[in-house]
Design a protein around this ligand. Sequence first.
Ligand SMILES: Nc1ncnc2c1ncn2[C@@H]1O[C@H](COP(=O)(O)OP(=O)(O)OP(=O)(O)O)[C@@H](O)[C@H]1O
Length: 321
Amino acid sequence: MNDLLTMREVSVTYRTESGEVPAVRDVSLEVGRGEIVGIAGESGCGKSTLASTVLRLQPASATVTGEVLFEGNDVLTMGWGDLRVLRWAGASIVFQGALHSLNPVRRVGQQIAEPISVHEPTASARDLADRTAGLLEQVGLPASRARAYPHQLSGGQKQRVMIAMALACRPRLIVADEPTTALDVMVQAQVLDVLSGLVRELGVGMLMISHDLSVLADLCDRIVVMYGGRVVEEGPSREVFARALHPYAGALSAAFPRVGDPAARFAPAGLPGDPPDPAALPPGCSFAPRCARVVEECHHVRPELRTYDAGRRAACLRVGA
Ligand SMILES: Nc1ncnc2c1ncn2[C@@H]1O[C@H](COP(=O)(O)OP(=O)(O)OP(=O)(O)O)[C@@H](O)[C@H]1O
């Protein structure tokens, strides 16, 4: 077992008016200290739902089974006191759409200092100001920006502030859910550089979610590819990107020329059709209806996730065929 984050057979089902939506099914993965693990997949494959369980942030309509072990303690069953310590100080999350989650009427410095003052109530005003200035400098902003209001910052600067907030309580794990999707390509690259540089420098683990496999290939040690709520491939990122075992991972890699194109999350280049409705997955392999390598058997037999050489896993009947 890994000593930072170990998820074992995690499944998440939402209760909705039209029935149950099994958004995540039997996902197991690990993130070690100082390691960056990417989760890739199109919109709706369950990435955000899975990420929300790491800090037990899933909505009340969701039922989660399995184990989410953070430093050996199960997040899904821990008491509220432990959960309070875990959030921000153990692990923190940079959300998709974080640009809108800053409070418009408070200076950004106050917002960065807030989680610190909650977790360290004895910190003096001087300490908070120094820590905030240091955090802003770490993310490449002048300390003087602490006095700015969010509307005075560009999109990229706001996202840097969100990263500073996520680092404020010195967490051991950061979950980043599409942290740069709303930014233009140049700014995306700069912000990802800052984030990954800090994660490496501080030895923090990171679970980074993106629909864009090429972004993950550059940043991550390992990549987990999800489809229809399940893991369909996992392995060292360069291997998965360059020599995917699963045809879905291959199609995501081939979408590479469309890096930074927000539309690519809905329809990667060269991959016709839509991802499946998790409430109505086809029998057999859920990717079969879109797969270029499909054979009759794929429509009836659901492939198990098998282990291959060099720590690779894939769930496809056609690997090596
Ligand atoms: N609160 C909810 N109630 C019901 N169903 C939900 C809820 N949140 C997500 N879902 C459904 O669960 C499935 C997985 O959604 P999820 O947001 O985890 O996917 P995703 O891969 O992160 O996509 P995106 O990148 O668009 O966020 C989708 O079918 C979605 O409609």
